[in-house]
Ligand binder design. Sequence first.
Ligand code: NAG
Ligand code: NAG
Ligand code: NAG
Ligand code: NAG
Ligand code: NAG
Ligand code: NAG
Length: 903
Amino acid sequence: MVYRASAVWLSLVLSLSAPPTLARTIGPRDKVPEGFYAAPYYPTPHGGWLDSWKDAYAKAHALVSRMTLAEKTNITSGVGIFMGMPCVGNTGSADRLSFPQLCLQDSALGVASADNVTAFPPGITTGATWDKALMYARGVAIGREFRGKGANVHLGPSVGPIGRKPLGGRNWEGFGADPVLQAKAAALHIKGVQEQGVIATVKHLIGNEQEMFRMYNPFQPGYSANIDDRTLHELYLWPFAEAVHAGVGAVMTAYNAVNGSASSQNSYLINGLLKDELGFQGMVMSDWLSHISGVGSALAGLDLNMPGDTNVPLFGFSLWQYELTRSVLNGSVPLDRLNDMATRVVAAWYKMRQDKDFPRPNFSSNTRDRNGLLYPAAIFSPIGQVNWFVNVQEDHYKIARQVAQDAITLLKNDGSLLPLTGSGKITVFGTGAQVNPAGPNACLNRACNKGTLGMGWGSGVADYPYFDDPITAIRKRVPDVEFHNSDEFPLFFTGEAPAPDDVAVVFISSDAGENSFTVENNHGDRDADKLAAWHGGDGLVKKVADKFPNVVVVAHTVGPLILEPWIDHPSVKAVLFAHLPGQEAGESLAGVLFGDVSPSGHLPYSITRAETDYPDSIAKLKGFTLGQVQDTYSEGLYIDYRWLNKRSIKPRFAFGHGLSYTTFAFTNATIRAVTAPLDPIPPPRPSKLPTPSYPTDLPAASEAYYPDGFKPIWRYLYSWLPKSEADAAWAIGATGKQKYAYPDGYSTTQKPGPAAGGGEGGHPALWDVAWEVDVTKKTTGGVGGPGGLPRFFPGPARASVQAYVQYPPGIPYDTPPVQLRDFEKTPPLAPGESQTVTLRLTRKDVSVWDVELQNWVVPGATLGGGGKGPGRYTIWIGEASDQLFLACYTDTGKCEQGLEPPV
Ligand SMILES: *[C@@H]1O[C@H](CO)[C@@H](O)[C@H](O)[C@H]1NC(C)=O
Ligand SMILES: *[C@@H]1O[C@H](CO)[C@@H](O)[C@H](O)[C@H]1NC(C)=O
Ligand SMILES: *[C@@H]1O[C@H](CO)[C@@H](O)[C@H](O)[C@H]1NC(C)=O
Ligand SMILES: *[C@@H]1O[C@H](CO)[C@@H](O)[C@H](O)[C@H]1NC(C)=O
Ligand SMILES: *[C@@H]1O[C@H](CO)[C@@H](O)[C@H](O)[C@H]1NC(C)=O
Ligand SMILES: *[C@@H]1O[C@H](CO)[C@@H](O)[C@H](O)[C@H]1NC(C)=O
């Protein structure tokens, strides 16, 4: 969601130019490629069948039992864009029962459109830390800020897109191009946020891997992500499963379709995969204005309609609210479904303890002024106080800075150019060294790339309270700095000829964001600049390198870049990926440049030598076609390093790569079976606990009547109907004869649920730890410096430990050569110091999704275990996906060192 007050009137004009009749449901489904289909899955499993949600459901049941029809349809929808409360989404309330309006607020990196908040580094930067403790700490801090501002629902984390397409616009909001990195980061984030009593929302379900053509509009359906079942389970759904396992309270569907059926009304996706197999107990919301059917989406499992309007907003039309009231009265949507929707919304609220002392929103997304329009979208709106300027930052800048710093990834450091001593002269090039001169928030939704790039653009942003830029931090440490605040190399370079020790630091960047804005011809995705540095950055690096003997390149980037134009230039000795640092861009970088700390970030994606190292399905964005754009995941499981390894394509820098100022060695690896040997499939699933039950009699039409004398505000969305309409709908419903054209496969009989389900995230046994590996990491210190001089980094350094699984040979499933399964990071280690870490592989980590069995299978395991393990799984341990010299074997229980890496 992207609009703000300043955009209200613009979008109003836009929407007025489209006749309201176009705000219709898209017609018959477009054709998807052979073999892909969206199977029917009905009914929506009732929420409340898991013990972990039992109390919340009991309370919700009690409250919803007392609600009228119009109250239930009120709390399951927003009241309209820019209406009422000041958040990007505001639901209706049931005031009579003290159930409040809920404030839903962007973004995944901090409270959007608000003052006195922290602008944290985004997901991709957090992923690059490979640090679980920081992932959690950042979640805690973000949760506290949402709570402090009175936002009930945090619209994050983002794990979809996963980063399948390097050019994809919103990859930077998530944690990296690997399901396990995304999953663990998201789960820790959710835990941190929800412990503060704020409902987290994992998004976007699913297949939102590019921005262009994602949205349904009156003229064209959103693209269809065509994903086969195994790929969906093993890659794209994996982080969602882990989020559900962590107890996430809300899920947001994507704009695009999956297998031809819009995500907001894909019954197989929502009812089947999310609610039955993954056992999701919370509420499913539509992304803003993505809802395109009324009855269909209700039956398919949508619970919350956001922000309330049809997909052409601001006419006062909704597909739910009063229409959902009508659909229940006329018998098309079973009351049972509405009861479940309302119960899920209320249960999520109780689960996060929001019935106790949750602050009301005290900020406005629409204005920074103290007073503003109370109903910005209304023609005549009262004015009142909307901002209370509550400062929620506490000391969160410390966490923001720590994330920014620990993410900084050293890709290259020839002759130990870094850390800089700070004694010689430093010449800095590039506009990316300094904050945008017009101010860090000068561009609406950060939709420009001016000055240091701290985050991408779109709805996934927050306003900077201040911006600590690199040039300021560098100047604090070095007296002699010459700064060329330009992306052009000076035509007449007047400086003295650089001395052999002189260092140049060049800042380059690459930006991306949401499709609602186009920046320098990039339509959200990086369709114009591709994987080259913006503003001619690659040319600038080359020119500086031709002149200066020692060049450090610092990249602020949303994702991978092609570095080939200059990476082998002998003067380009050091390269740092600082990712997107958020507000703390300066000190975090200077600390690494000048050796206060050693860099410890690792790449959350691969950097290839050419875009064509990936197949077209990954490397290319889908362009315009008439009808529905088809995005078919023909590469299957093989994205990022999985593809490169399978094809033996050497990347320039591998997934997980990251150097340090010191070196580390692994010692003393041991492996032990915990729950292994394993049966090939999990034991029979636990059955569902009873769920709340309600009377199913058709509600009285009077429950839907407008209150006497009520004067509606135009564009505000109400759940009431005029008496005549309510009576007419009731008359249809009262016949008991269904006239609605239900989809094929429609049913109202609750099912026991699939074998692969049974707990939050899937079958509980999937989280049984099968094996544990202990390994000790030790700093081994000094590396050679310039001129062969030894140069010893005396400070403490943190090390990453990554565990990749290789499946047994000869199994009847094609599996990627190695796949990340766990990771840990050591605390700062002094020279010679060591630390033991434990890595864990669960049953799911050693399983494959069997499409025939519809279950997770441990290949090679024999039924009954019988002491016979599932064959030789090799657990590779290393500090990058291509630095795997140590392996532990599940069959012998032994570990070996000094091996050839498997890839
Ligand atoms: C998409 O189609 C595939 C068949 O190729 C099927 O296995 C999968 O379950 C479908 N996914 C959804 C969400 O409908
Ligand atoms: C729906 O919510 C709005 C906003 O809180 C409220 O004014 C209205 O009374 C609610 N309607 C019902 C039926 O409770
Ligand atoms: C804003 O939130 C604070 C707590 O963070 C709370 O004390 C205050 O009452 C809220 N302001 C309003 C207007 O609700
Ligand atoms: C009931 O109302 C809904 C919403 O207006 C409509 O889509 C549906 O066709 C109606 N069903 C009947 C049987 O009239
Ligand atoms: C932060 O809050 C203070 C009041 O505590 C206010 O004076 C200031 O303007 C706010 N900052 C911003 C950026 O709005
Ligand atoms: C490795 O294990 C041996 C034997 O238990 C022990 O003496 C040694 O200190 C360990 N090394 C490290 C670095 O922990």
